[in-house]
Design a protein around this ligand. Sequence first.
Ligand code: DGY
Length: 334
Amino acid sequence: MQAPNRLKVLVARKIFDSTLNKLREHFDVEVNSEDVPWSRAELSTRAQGCWGVLTTGSERIDEAFLASVPKLQAVCNMAVGYNNIDVAAARAVGVVCTNTPDVLTQTTADFGFALLMATARRMTEAERYLRSGLWSQWSYDMMMGADVHGSRLGILGMGRIGQAIAKRAAFGFDMRVLYHNRSRLDANTEQSCAAEYVTKAELLAQADHLMIVVPYSASSHHAIGAEELRSMKRSATLINIARGGVVDDAALAQALAAGDIAAAGLDVFEGEPKVHPDLLALDNVVLTPHIASASLKTRLAMADLAADNLIALHTSGQALTPVPEGLQGLEPRA
Ligand code: DGY
């Protein structure tokens, strides 16, 4: 007897074998095992006839792509952010989109804090100095940075990750935590992370360290530009673990060079994996290649959740973690 036709799923980047095996129990699976991101044309060619795709932030799922793959029903992104997907266009053609919230919250908050510490205490700059053989003696003012403990942390975007960072700051480092968000948190949640709601202008003016955790959307595009940077303390640090498009990287490089703020720690960039050359030339910026969620346990949980979404959609018609309504938008093409 002929085996019933199985649905086809495309996995657009290399992921864990255990996750692929789980998918293979339900689908015919094609995977990008070379792990070089496919061009738009190749992605579309490979996705012909597919019922679902498992994407990462490197695949742009826009109207043109969706129109080219009429059989597609599901786009399951292995990321909490989904600014690579035109969700409205997907909904319009009945394609369900999912993301991977929760499983990466604590790991990403750990990394945000690590980046804050490294930036305020000039750790990578100091390491470069030592490795280059320049260290010849101890000096009272060598590599002096800014304290993290006891200082004032401003958080822009107070979702799950912002709240997890606030708890580390308030209860671990005795920091005063201010936040600004589209909507104010309820009193219990504010109390649970010891955070005070302020206006964006107050946040910028008062923060010793500014942590950006706001999702990318048309309204958060360049939420931090030249004007916002000028309104910050000259001693302040800025940490971006959200999305590149939220900060105007050219304006940030200028502000860092001019001393408008003291330092920045960046895990995300406009047009990544390219990095603005003016940022690369500066010493007072810590740069990491979009790794905030990159612990083994968390990346495995993200891959599994993306796969479980495909399986749940297929077996029950219900996604486990559909993307929420109307939050994020497609980031402009770099
Ligand atoms: C996310 O989950 O959005 C991270 O930035 C990894 O892409």
